[in-house]
Design a protein around this ligand. Structure first.
Ligand code: SF4
Length: 375
């Protein structure tokens, strides 16, 4: 436990420990959570399987994604790739296209990479222990614990944001959850609490409890099975848990897209490099430090370079679209460039396509929003 009397919890003491050096209110926690889960769990498709491939798919899809949104993607993926070998043999573009709209596209690329590894190197046998699952690209401690406990009954606690919240409130833990010390402390506690006979059920129960009962805002304390043992409820400090130490910094970016068109055809650009939306398609782009006036943008070097040698007339300029990512806020305008003839050489990383072919290309949600409003 962190020291009492600091920060937002000034004056609130941590709970007493029992003779094992554990919080005194730990006993009965696991049984209560599992009983609650059996009575209240949502009927979700990935809970009706112990196939590690399907559990892995669901866990990756549900990172950063709400269950109701993730559900349709889960069905799309298992429909298109019922076996891990189907995913391994797919083109990356096909995988990204199916992922379109979920964001955090590195998840899809890592899924594809790991499916190829399991299929080609391990003969389609999904690794069956926490340590070997952890070797898969894009799989962290949480996901490895979730898969190994649910599919292989290995007693490893899966600690996600829901679990941090429940444990910090019930046990009055004020160590910041975004610190290395906090991550270790919460993982150790969860591994002491886990039901060793049914670790997968325990992990799912604790996550479900955090998602639907002990919610970030307005948790249902009045009907809570843990209320008699909950430190934060007793001290009336529920809203102060969990404690975080860092504020996530966000940066603003200013994009001006040149949408070059001619008679039902247009230019798309494949995004390369280490930036956001790697390998997805957008349009030729000018990025600036701040939003420039229209006359200033037209006089910049990148504008002249992108349109050099091209005959065109300037069409509509869109209003500014705002697009928020986890650490970035993007302000984007779209400039319609009506070319006098199609481009034989559309430029580096660019392709000339017909509008009717657009559905074959995976695009970021920002571009999808523009295309839907424009076409
Ligand atoms: S009493 Fe409230 S804060 Fe405590 S575990 Fe239950 S829902 Fe969460």
């Amino acid at each position: 436990m962190g020291p009492p009397g600091k920060g937002p919890l000034k004056g609130v003491k941590s709970p007493k420990k029992d003779i094992f050096g554990l919080p005194g209110n730990m006993k009965g926690f696991s049984d209560k959570i599992i009983d609650w889960y059996q009575a209240n769990k949502r009927n979700l498709p990935w809970r009706r399987t112990t196939d590690p491939y399907y559990i892995w798919l669901s866990e990756v899809i549900l990172q950063q994604t709400r269950v109701d949104q993730g559900m349709s993607y889960y069905y799309k993926f298992i429909g298109a790739f019922p076996k891990i070998s189907d995913l391994a043999n797919a083109d990356e573009e096909e995988v990204l296209k199916l992922w379109q709209g979920l964001g955090y596209y590195s998840r899809a690329r890592n899924l594809h990479h790991s499916a190829k590894y399991v299929s080609h190197q391990l003969g389609n046998r999904f690794p069956s222990t926490y340590d070997t699952i952890l070797q898969l690209k894009g799989v962290g401690q949480y996901t490895a614990a979730a898969i190994s406990s649910i599919a292989f009954n290995e007693p490893k606690a899966a600690v996600d944001g829901n679990v941090y919240r429940v444990l910090s409130r019930v046990f009055g833990i004020r160590t910041p959850i975004d610190s290395g010390k906090g991550a270790k402390q919460f993982r150790e506690l969860a591994n002491k609490l886990i039901d060793r006979k049914q670790p997968g059920t325990f992990n799912q129960a604790l996550m479900e409890f955090g998602a639907t009962q002990c919610k970030p805002v307005n948790p249902a304390c009045d009907t809570c099975t843990l209320s008699v043992m909950c430190f934060a409820k007793e001290k009336k400090t529920v809203a102060k848990f969990p404690v975080k130490e860092k504020r996530t910094k966000s940066r603003n970016r200013y994009f001006d897209y040149l949408v070059m068109k001619h008679s039902g055809g247009m230019v798309l650009r494949k995004r390369a490099g280490k930036d956001i939306w790697q390998n997805l398609y957008d349009f030729p782009l000018i990025e600036t430090e701040k939003q420039l006036s229209e006359t200033k943008l037209i006089s910049t070097g990148p504008w002249k370079q992108l349109l050099s040698g091209k005959k065109f007339s300037l069409g509509k300029i869109s209003a500014t679209y705002t697009h928020v990512l986890s650490h970035q806020k993007i302000f984007a305008r779209f400039w319609e460039i009506q070319l006098k003839k199609p481009l034989a050489k559309p430029g580096q990383d660019c392709v000339w396509i017909k509008k009717s072919e657009l559905s074959r290309y995976a695009v970021p949600r920002l571009i999808d929003r523009y295309l839907r409003s424009d076409l």
